[in-house]
Write a protein that binds this ligand. Structure first.
Ligand code: PLP
Length: 455
């Protein structure tokens, strides 16, 4: 239970800030009714007719990021006529690969057309295929699972820790069998999962580790960049991501042979020397995607640091507030990419369902969400693969039965249906500190008035 004094202090701050803001900027506020009335209006939830903490609308700059450097870079590529990476060794894609490897802290990087393609490239490059199993998280973009299915391997989903939303290493270990070839941990929201335990398990059972760092560029854990800890790491530059080019991705790693294999796979099976060497789709990043990425390169670190400063501010403001606890970080977490800023909603503390809270806080001008609305482990793909001739041929009936039973993932279900509250960080966490304060104020105002939300 949250300490009463804390709530009171935050609530009083809320009123003060809101009253000042009101006097300066908002239409509700321009009423000449006097401070007493303003305070009373601010006391009242916006959902019930009071004045909101802030006007509705996005917090922070629009995302994806655009400035003149980005635009110039695309124009330059358009005019150059070098539109495919194979036209030049000095094009935007090879240049980005070199710059990105340096930024993340690996020797090599290979660009791809998406994060899903980066993951899929790694699965194929590691020789994982029919009959093999890869353990991963059910709380992710479907691209994670899809990258395993593309090679006709079996994506085995393990349950999560309720307050980190990350793979529970004990659940991972339980699911290892003789067909398991790799673990694909997902750094959800751009914050590290328990890599110390996951790497130890991988070592013990001789498994490969493909880090899904699609949400995690530049984030660090125990002295290392996310994506650089396992055998290979994968990133997404899809439009909503902290580094974005519409659709794009990259694999990073230090093993020259494996990274060459990744190059070959994404180049529809043709190696750097031009020999058609293996099975591979055409997953090349194109030069326009590279141009956007190179155009935004100069500000990447600064934006990352601003997001971290704001996230740390929110974490410290919400410290000790049990009703909505920020994502728990594992020891050794140094920074996050904060694709989302996640918090755990405790219904007992609020006395109302999460959906009621979300409506009330949105009315205060702060739009929070519940991230992924669907449970990937209950989506139609499960029936689809279990019905396929190829999967029936590769896995025994008892394994497929057990596989379906393994889709009972109660912690993941609870996170999705009851406890997750988040907002996208790529743009929002670049806002000024006043906006961060508005987020906290809106939450606290709703908390202070939670009894009025009960019907
Ligand atoms: C954790 C995670 N994995 C994989 C992906 C797939 O990346 P992309 O959308 O670039 O294919 C995403 C993107 O949403 C993601 O967030």
């Amino acid at each position: 239970m949250k300490k009463k004094g804390f709530s009171r202090r935050r609530f009083l701050n809320t009123i003060t800030t809101a009253a000042i803001t009101t006097a300066v900027s908002s239409p509700f506020e321009s009423s000449a009714s006097g401070v007493g009335i303003l305070n009373r209006r601010h006391n009242r939830l916006a959902l019930l007719g009071g004045a909101p903490v802030r006007p509705s609308g996005p917090i922070g700059p629009p995302w994806p990021y655009v400035d003149e450097l980005v635009v110039d870079s695309v124009v330059k590529t358009t005019r150059s006529g070098v539109w495919s990476r194979i036209q030049s060794r000095n094009g935007t894609v090879p240049t980005f690969e070199e710059s990105f490897a340096k930024l993340i802290g690996t020797k090599y990087s290979v660009g791809t057309g998406s994060g899903t393609q980066a993951l899929s490239t790694c699965v194929e490059a590691l020789g994982i295929g029919p009959g093999d199993e890869v353990i991963t998280s059910p709380y992710t973009d479907f691209g994670t699972i899809s990258s395993i299915l593309t090679s006709r391997a079996l994506p085995v989903l393990a349950d999560l820790e309720p307050d980190t939303y990350q793979l529970d290493p004990a659940e991972v270990e339980k699911r290892i069998n003789k067909n398991t070839k790799a673990i694909m941990p997902v750094h959800i929201f751009g914050v590290a999962c328990n890599m110390e335990r996951i790497m130890a398990i991988a070592k013990q059972y001789n498994l490969k580790v493909i880090e899904d760092a699609c949400q995690a560029p530049l984030a660090r854990y125990q002295g290392k960049g996310l994506g650089t800890i396992g055998d290979v790491g994968c990133f997404s530059f899809q439009a909503s991501k902290p580094i974005a080019c519409g659709e794009g991705g990259a694999v990073v790693g230090n093993d020259e042979q494996l990274m060459d294999e990744c190059y070959t796979v994404q180049n529809r099976g043709a190696n750097r020397k031009g020999s058609n060497a293996t099975i591979g789709p055409k997953y090349r990043m194109n030069e326009f995607e590279g141009a956007i990425l190179m155009g935004q390169f100069p500000g990447i670190r600064e934006r990352f640091e601003t997001r971290n400063a704001n996230a740390n501010y929110l974490r410290s403001e919400l410290k000790g507030f049990n009703a909505l606890k920020p994502q728990r970080h594992y020891p050794g977490t140094e920074s996050g990419a904060y694709y989302h800023f996640g918090m755990t909603y405790d219904r007992k503390e609020w006395g109302v369902d999460r959906s009621v809270f979300l409506k009330a806080v949105a009315a205060e001008g702060v739009s929070l969400g519940s991230y992924i609305p669907y449970q990937l482990h209950h989506e139609p793909w499960v029936d689809h693969i279990l019905g396929l001739k190829s999967y029936k041929a590769m896995y025994s009936p008892s394994r497929l039965k057990e596989y379906r039973q393994g889709m009972d993932l109660p912690n993941c279900d609870r996170i999705i249906k009851e406890t997750m509250v988040s907002f996208a960080g790529s743009g929002s966490l670049l806002a000024g500190r006043d906006e961060m304060k508005n987020i906290v104020d809106a939450i606290m105002k709703v908390y202070e008035n939670r009894d009025k939300l009960k019907v």
